[in-house]
Write a protein that binds this ligand. Sequence first.
Ligand code: CMX
Ligand code: CO
Length: 135
Amino acid sequence: MFAYNLDHVAIAVHDLDDAIAGYRRMFGAEPMYREVVEEQGVEEAMIAVGGSFIQLLQPLAEDTPVGKFLANRGEGMHHIALAVADIEGALDHLRQEGSRLIDDEPRIGGRGARIAFVHPKAFAGTLVELVESKS
Ligand code: CMX
Ligand code: CO
């Protein structure tokens, strides 16, 4: 019913420069984008892997979702992001399913994409982000 693609897998890190250097050293990969997204409280770097990305996330402050995650759990996988063509349609469907949403309405994320988060309690303890890319 909806065509989902894997947009990115996000990993929370303490130090973005160190994480990028590690990726470069181990996998020879360079970020395609690096951007501060104030609204999400992060600086992110996007590393292309096939048609998807690894998103490295460094919090801008301790009192942000990623800052709290690092304090509670340490570095590691933070969320998966699914690409959708119609984010409002996907959110409506989740609402009808009774899924617990974090964002009722899409907001603006990196690269001007419209994004919305679904609560980790909605599916197997995994934070899911919906992404409708800017066309
Ligand atoms: N994945 C899985 N579970 C998570 C989680 C994550 N990323 N972050 C927090 N949790 C869990 C905690 O372990 C905790 O579980 P228990 O109740 O079992 O202990 C529960 O969620 C509540 O954790 P908390 O530390 O009290 O965190 P908050 O309730 O303050 O916030 C969440 C949790 C998911 C609602 C919040 O992090 C959020 O709104 N996230 C969405 C926005 C976001 O993460 N933005 C950054 C990414 C930017 C981008 O991709 O561009
Ligand atoms: Co993301």
